[in-house]
Design a protein around this ligand. Structure first.
Ligand SMILES: Cc1cc2nc3c(=O)[nH]c(=O)nc-3n(C[C@H](O)[C@H](O)[C@H](O)COP(=O)(O)OP(=O)(O)OC[C@H]3O[C@@H](n4cnc5c(N)ncnc54)[C@H](O)[C@@H]3O)c2cc1C
Ligand code: SF4
Ligand code: SF4
Length: 388
């Protein structure tokens, strides 16, 4: 039985280059690679050699014979991707490698930011002899959002740290920590001492909603909350009010699913993760029983990915409610139909006493956070979905 890519896949394509029969798609040179939620193994071409398992930095690939119950939906999801047949057109041929001029001595490159983008770039550079890479972070601890963003109960994703350590151990690699470019050092100074500077600083800005009450205590951004429960030094002193019965999350992407899942999880289940101690302590006295996710459009347009949805729905300690959308209307896209089918199945399963619940409320937008002095409610409007 063919190997299967499961939830933790971060799409870095390491497995693609390990596969001797080109069974894993989309590959980086295919048009849909940049849009893919994960990579998928073609069960017809896979010869079960196992080479991709060791190549995957997050342990996302399992032999078909060892798929755990919670991973079973991924057998069909991998097959579904390949069902329509693919002709694998080459859209972006890899450009020829530019040779380094060894007569000019060591090539010094500064990389600003120590997240996955920076470390993969460093790895690529250090494959060539005579290269020195200085990776600069404004924080005392590297790895960017893998440390401060990825949810503490996603240990498999965080295990990419192992690959990062391997990159860091290469000759020519060094860190410059606690240095913020633009504050402690200027770009001009960096370029004075390096032949090139690569900026890999991620996307740390929040988007404001622009509605009344957004600044009230009790309202906050996912960036701050996620950083708080992940022990980010900038957010350790944050006070998070978990003393209500209901929390509302605006948006329904994968970060929203992460936050909802953490709030809905019994703290005892988080003890074995690397969640920050202060967050675990606060979650122990949380009174939140219901987390409502507001999505402005329907379930077919939701931003969460199928792998993350499947992961959430495998949790029988969390009840799922879906409101404001038609889960029966075919979307015209096989993967999206699979999402709708998964949500349909989750809504029909029996509720369990003691479970917290996550409510997916679609076609709903917030128009005001109500006060005074502290958020006491969210005024919403129902949206009509118009297809043209
Ligand atoms: C809540 C959350 C959960 C996620 N979960 C997953 C998941 O389960 N699976 C998955 O595959 N992906 C997940 N992601 C996405 C993944 O974390 C990001 O795609 C990835 O970390 C982006 O890498 P990056 O290198 O571009 O930037 P980042 O990881 O953001 O790293 C940028 C780094 O640059 C540093 N920096 C910024 N400005 C400066 C400056 N001026 N000087 C010096 N340093 C600077 C920052 O301190 C930071 O460390 C998640 C993201 C979030 C926010
Ligand atoms: S098990 Fe072997 S043949 Fe199958 S996808 Fe992995 S590398 Fe390719
Ligand atoms: S995370 Fe693993 S399964 Fe996903 S693309 Fe990378 S190597 Fe392949």
């Amino acid at each position: 039985m063919a190997h299967v890519v499961t939830q933790a896949c971060c799409g870095d394509a390491s497995c693609v280059f390990a596969c001797p029969v080109n069974a894993i798609h989309p590959t980086p040179d295919e048009a849909d690679f940049g849009l893919a939620e994960m990579l998928y193994i073609d069960p017809v071409s896979c010869v079960d050699c196992g080479a991709c398992v060791g190549a995957c930095p997050v342990g996302a690939i399992v032999p078909g014979t060892r798929v755990e119950t919670a991973q079973l939906p991924f057998v069909a999801i991998n097959a579904l991707f390949h069902e329509a047949g693919r002709d694998h057109p080459v859209q972006a041929p890899v450009p020829p490698v530019v040779r380094k001029d060894d007569s000019r001595g060591t090539l010094r490159v500064a990389i600003v930011g120590p997240g996955p983008a920076a470390l993969y770039a460093a790895d690529e550079l250090l494959k060539r002899p005579g290269v020195q890479v200085n990776v600069i972070d404004r924080l005392p601890t590297p790895h960017g959002l893998v440390r401060a963003g990825v949810a503490p109960d996603h240990q498999s994703t965080k295990s990419i740290d192992g690959l990062f350590r391997h990159i860091e151990d290469q000759p020519g690699f060094s860190y410059v920590l606690n240095v913020e470019v633009g504050r402690d050092i200027a770009h001009e100074e960096l370029i004075e001492h390096h032949h090139a500077v690569i900026y890999a600083t991620g996307a740390s800005q929040d988007r404001v909603l622009g509605i009344a009450g957004e600044d009230l205590p009790g309202s906050g951004t996912a960036t701050a909350l996620v950083a708080w429960y992940n022990g980010h030094p900038d957010h350790a002193d944050h006070v998070v009010n978990l003393g209500t019965e209901r929390a509302v999350i605006v948006g329904n992407g994968n970060v929203a699913l992460d936050v909802a899942r953490i709030l809905a999880t019994d703290p005892s289940r988080l003890e074995s993760t690397d969640i920050a101690d202060h967050a675990l302590e606060a979650l122990r006295s949380s009174t939140i029983r219901e987390i409502v996710l507001l999505g402005r459009r329907g379930a077919a347009q939701a931003a969460f990915t199928l792998p993350e949805l499947v992961g959430l729905l495998s949790r029988d300690d969390i009840d799922i409610v879906v409101e404001g959308t038609d889960l029966d209307a075919p979307s015209g896209d096989a993967m999206t139909d699979r999402k709708l089918q998964a949500l349909r199945a989750a809504t029909t399963r029996p509720r369990r006493a003691g479970n917290r619940r996550i409510v997916f409320r679609f076609a709903t937008s917030p128009i005001e956070l109500m006060g005074p002095g502290q958020v006491t409610g969210v005024r919403v409007r129902h949206n009509e979905l118009v297809t043209t």
